[in-house]
Design a protein around this ligand. Structure first.
Ligand code: 26V
Length: 823
């Protein structure tokens, strides 16, 4: 038999079997004979979770004992992806459990494949937060991720008649075995109302916030295990509930339904993730969501501080709070409020503590994404915070006036309040003044922040500005998603150290000219391509040739990301095939994926354009398999895990200066895809690392693009002068891909001819010419694979382990707290 305790912790096959069957019976109430797929999945998940819990409690008590600084990563989004495979990997029990379950007739890999993923993020920013949580745990840095437990994640995308249709993502329908609800750590959060200024009984000036309503926040804790270490950190996501079952004042007046309704409104707070990235709308509920989770997080940190027996003045020594974009920037004002109003800390001291606590990461330069809240809206939700922001601003602008003597226009630009028209609170400015460090997410991006986004802040505090290039976790993006490559790497490198020390992947470089290695590399890629081909067939019905070049563009759909530039190239190829019988063309499969914000009409039309071109091209017998185009619906973390390993060409074609970093670009490179890309974001650094001879660079630099725009950009002249470009645009606007409906794509084509903000036409010729060079390179399969190996081998910088090490040293002043032995 298996000892009592071993049922929860032991990892031998016998103990795992007993644990699984126990959970099946005592948690799910089923025997194997009548268990559903979901029962089995949950019982397996609980078995795995048990094995995390011992380490989890050891980690928290170790952190408490040592009192080291804990990173609090505040993010409105955590796009963690499926957990089962990742936890098995990090606990190192995949093989034992697979074997155990196989003996019971259960296929572990199928459970892993079919797991529902929580879509609690939009894209890059949310996924970065998840990679960072993995690297923090693996690096054994004490950390808590704070965010929102949305009931509905990012919508589920289907494509109907070529158009995106949004469906709700009820991800909790079958239960979430990974999170533990802790109502006992609930927090009350105030909203709305007004403030009262008064003198208390010992003569101190005080402020009382009289809220219009209060909501109750309770945390759902998900353990985050590091890779083969005993550290298990916490992802703590908050759900809003009604404070009381009924509002009795309303109830007593006999308005039962009104009272229940009020409860429903409170619960609406964390109901749904806003699905528009990069486009800010001043929605009250969104502001409430942001304040809600930040207020819960800071209260929670104060509770922990108290639990550790430390005074509130120790806050900055106990916590380093990282603001993932401005969504949690209200935390600056909230911490000030807590310290001043509730703990009666003097302003100067509170301000010093606040600045020592916060650091701010910017993730976008697009003006429409910068958060600014209409003053009246802000005041109605957070009246006390507005007063505090006014006071922060008053002191800050006084300092600025002295620093920039006589330069009132600069003071005006620096203000936390935008007063150029309707008045707004500028969240990026609040984040800047309230933080000791500000960083961009790639070198170019950080430079542009200093020179263009926040030049006045840079002039004032140059020492605050830093740059940390993004990274992604090789555990999920190589080991889990590309087991073939992982096995090959381990064999070639002689051990598995590369999994926790990704720069060691450089050791593959010496095999780049080894024919036997290259052959195995190609077999791995081909296997991955066949799996993706099967997925494409299942999801779209399109049959693609796994011997064709897999050319992939997956990311959110956006004009600045220029998916329609890829379409112009495809249409150009199609036109060549129809007019020139260009039979020496390399067979290609163009694979697209990504979601458009539901209200972003142009982006939805871009999806329709992709699918419309796909329909025509795929059914044209003359094209055969020289050209296939697929739009794979509902791009997600799980889909990414199938796509990146199968890709051969990674499309990173944003207008230079617009993509802050990109992280998909890194996932592709690690999996041995070559990049065709602009000199934008982290593409620049990838090109630097892998060598220009192993990278297909095209297009204008950020500088060139800006200069052209300023000197007068006339896209119609480019259209007039380039016959291939003209042919491509004319096919689209003539209705060739829309059954003669010439009007359908006009919003896109007219824009390209008249404004073309993202300068597709300026980069078109360079892009198409570069794609011809891709063809030439792909014809030499051996040479192509050599370049692919070098891309992977030289991607050492792009692990999020490196990013986290930089944040820890330069902004958080934290270090690892490794587990030495037990107890
Ligand atoms: C902005 C907004 C605006 C208000 C409505 C909801 C919402 C949700 C998310 C965002 C943030 C978008 C910013 C973002 O995701 N940026 C991406 O961050 C990646 C990680 O740093 C980076 O690689 C991408 O280049 C950048 O676009």
């Amino acid at each position: 038999g298996v000892a009592e305790d071993d049922v929860r912790t032991a990892c031998e096959p016998e103990a795992l079997k007993r644990a699984f069957l126990d959970h099946l019976l005592y948690t799910q109430g089923k025997t194997l004979e009548i268990a559903s797929h979901n029962d089995i999945y949950l019982a397996v998940a609980y078995t795995v979770r048990d094995r995390l819990l011992r380490r989890w409690s050891h980690t928290s008590s170790r952190h408490k004992r040592h009192g080291t600084r804990t990173v609090a990563y505040l993010s409105a989004e955590f796009l963690i992806g499926p957990s089962l495979g990742n936890n098995l990997l990090n606990l190192d029990i995949t093989d034992a459990l697979r074997e155990t379950l196989a003996r019971l007739g259960i296929d572990l890999d199928e459970l892993v494949r079919r797991e529902v993923e929580p879509g609690l993020g939009n894209g890059g920013l949310g996924r970065l937060a998840a990679c960072f949580m993995d690297s923090l745990a693996t690096g054994e840095i004490p950390a808590i991720g704070y965010g929102i437990y949305y009931e509905y994640g990012i919508f589920f995308q289907t494509v109907v008649d070529g158009w995106q249709v949004e469906n709700t993502d009820k991800w909790l329908r079958f239960g979430n075995p990974w999170a533990i609800h802790h109502p006992e750590w609930g927090v009350e959060v105030k909203l709305g109302g007004y403030t009262e200024h008064y003198t208390d009984d010992v003569g101190r000036f005080r402020v009382r916030w009289v809220p219009e309503k209060t909501v109750w926040g309770t945390p759902f804790d998900t353990p985050v295990a590091g890779y083969k270490v005993s550290t298990v950190n916490t992802l703590r996501l908050w759900r809003a509930e009604a404070t009381e079952e009924f509002d009795f004042s309303v109830f007593n007046r006999g308005d039962y339904l009104g009272a229940v309704n009020k409860k429903v409104t409170s619960e609406n707070l964390t109901k749904v993730l806003y699905p528009n990235d990069e486009s800010h709308q001043g929605k009250e509920l969104r502001l409430e969501q942001q304040y809600f989770f930040v207020a819960c997080a800071l209260r929670d940190m104060l509770r922990i501080l108290e639990h550790r027996g430390l005074p509130v003045t120790e806050f900055p020594r106990a916590f380093a709070v990282q603001l993932n974009d401005t969504h949690p920037a209200i935390g600056v004002a909230e911490l000030m409020r807590l310290l001043i109003d509730e703990y009666l800390v003097p302003w100067e001291q509170a301000w010093e503590a606040t600045r020592a606590t916060f650091a701010y990461t910017n993730h976008t330069l697009l003006p429409e994404a910068l958060e600014r809240w209409p003053l009246e809206l802000f005041k109605s939700v957070l009246p006390r915070h507005l007063e505090i922001i006014y006071e922060i601003n008053r002191r800050f602008l006084n300092e600025a006036r002295i620093r920039f003597f006589g330069d009132e226009s600069r003071v005006f630009r620096l203000s936390l309040i935008d007063e150029s028209g309707e008045r707004y609170v500028r969240m990026a400015h609040l984040a800047c003044v309230g933080s000791h460090a500000i960083n961009g997410v790639a070198e170019l991006h950080s430079t542009l922040i200093k020179e263009q986004l926040l030049p006045d802040f840079y002039a004032m505090w140059p020492e605050k500005f830093d740059s940390v290039t993004n990274g992604v976790t090789p555990r999920r993006w190589v080991v889990l998603s590309n087991p073939g490559l992982a096995a090959l790497a381990t064999e070639a490198l002689g051990d598995e150290h590369w999994i926790r020390d990704w720069p060691r992947i450089a050791g593959l470089e010496k095999h780049a000219d080894d024919a036997a290695f290259i052959e195995r590399w190609q077999r791995v890629k081909h296997t991955n391509k066949r799996s993706l081909a099967a997925l494409i067939r299942d999801e779209t019905g399109v049959v693609v040739n796994p011997d064709s070049l897999f050319d992939v563009l997956v990311k959110r759909i956006h004009e600045y990301k220029r998916q329609h530039l890829a379409v112009l190239h495809i249409v150009t190829r199609y036109h060549r095939l129809k007019t020139q019988r260009a039979t020496d063309m390399v067979p290609r499969t163009f694979i697209f994926g990504g979601k458009a914000a539901p209200g972003y009409v142009r982006a939805k039309l871009m999806i329709k354009l992709i699918t419309a071109v796909a329909d025509v091209v795929n059914s044209d017998p003359e094209v055969r398999d020289l050209l296939k185009v697929v739009f794979l619906p509902n791009f997600s973390v799980s889909k990414g895990q199938c796509i990146y390993p199968a890709a051969e060409l990674s499309e990173q074609i944003s207008l230079a200066g617009k993509e802050a970093s990109g992280t998909g670009n890194m996932k592709f490179a690690m999996n041995g895809a070559l990049t065709i890309g602009t000199m934008d974001g982290a593409n620049i650094e990838i090109c630097q690392e892998v060598g220009a001879e192993n990278f297909f660079a095209f297009g204008m630099s950020a500088d060139e693009a800006q200069r052209l725009l300023r000197s007068g950009y006339y896209p119609r002249d480019l259209y007039r002068d380039d016959a291939e470009l003209r042919a491509a645009i004319d096919l689209i606007r003539g209705g060739f891909f829309s059954r003669g409906d010439a009007g359908l794509f006009e919003p896109l084509t007219n824009d390209l001819l008249n404004e073309d903000r993202y300068m597709l036409l300026a980069d078109y010729a360079s892009y198409v010419e570069c794609q011809d060079r891709v063809d030439a390179a792909y014809r030499d399969a051996r040479q192509w694979s050599r370049m692919a190996v070098l891309n992977c081998a030289r991607s050492g910088r792009f692990s999020s382990d490196r990013s986290i090490a930089e944040y820890a040293r330069r902004m958080w002043h934290t270090s690892a707290l490794p587990d030495t032995g037990h107890g």
